[in-house]
Design a protein around this ligand. Structure first.
Ligand SMILES: [Zn+2]
Length: 204
């Protein structure tokens, strides 16, 4: 793409680094910004810069936070003895938006994946083990993606906690709501049968 200005070109290539943004979309966004008032564009770039420099990670659960301890960990209404273990911050946001979970979280920062060079020491697993011991955690609920890496991660952490009294569970895995049985893969259908639920705990 030939652009008439190197300043424009620099801006386009910065936008094009964002996930899901190609050169054409980047150009459209940059031209849009060019039409805005200079003060608005300054505000836009300052907001991004402040977000990057000011944001913190909760020292307890590694969720994103404006302070050392996040809003969920410091909320006295939440059950601190129940921890939902997730891969990343997007998962916290997804679970929070269900309004179905009143415990706390632990963000692993990834999952164990030897092929991608991610081992246990690259994640916040040690901090999680320490929390289970120090914070008298009664239950860990794993809400990881249902794949080999997710299962490996659960297995590894479970092994580490085998002498602990902490209960270890995972979120239910099965047929998605609105899905059709005949199109479900065998593993999903098999697990749905193995993890069947009493109807009264399901239909409310
Ligand atoms: Zn926290």
């Amino acid at each position: 793409m030939q652009l008439p200005s190197s300043l424009l070109e620099n801006a386009v290539s910065e936008f094009a680094k964002l996930p899901g943004i190609g050169k054409k979309t980047a150009l459209r966004l940059v031209l849009h910004l060019l039409k805005q008032e200079e003060v608005d564009v300054n505000h836009f770039s300052e907001t991004i810069a402040q977000m990057r420099s000011g944001i913190k990670f909760c020292k307890r659960c590694f969720n994103i936070s404006d302070s050392d301890i996040c809003a969920i960990c410091s909320n006295s209404m939440r059950n601190k003895h129940l921890i939902c273990v997730v891969e990343n911050i997007r998962d916290v946001i997804a679970i929070e938006s269900t309004d179905q979970f009143s415990g706390a979280y632990h963000v692993l920062g990834g999952i164990i994946s030897p092929l991608d060079g991610v081992g246990p020491n690259d994640l916040t697993i040690e901090a999680l083990i320490n929390r289970v011991e120090k914070e008298e955690i009664e239950e860990l609920v794993f809400a990881l993606n249902p794949n080999i890496q997710g299962d490996t991660t659960i297995y590894y952490i479970q092994k580490k906690l085998q002498n602990s009294t902490c209960k270890i569970t995972t979120i239910a895995r099965g047929i998605s709501f609105g899905g059709e049985l005949e199109f479900a893969d065998e593993l999903t259908l098999g697990r749905s049968l193995a993890n069947r639920l009493p109807v009264e705990s399901y239909v409310r």
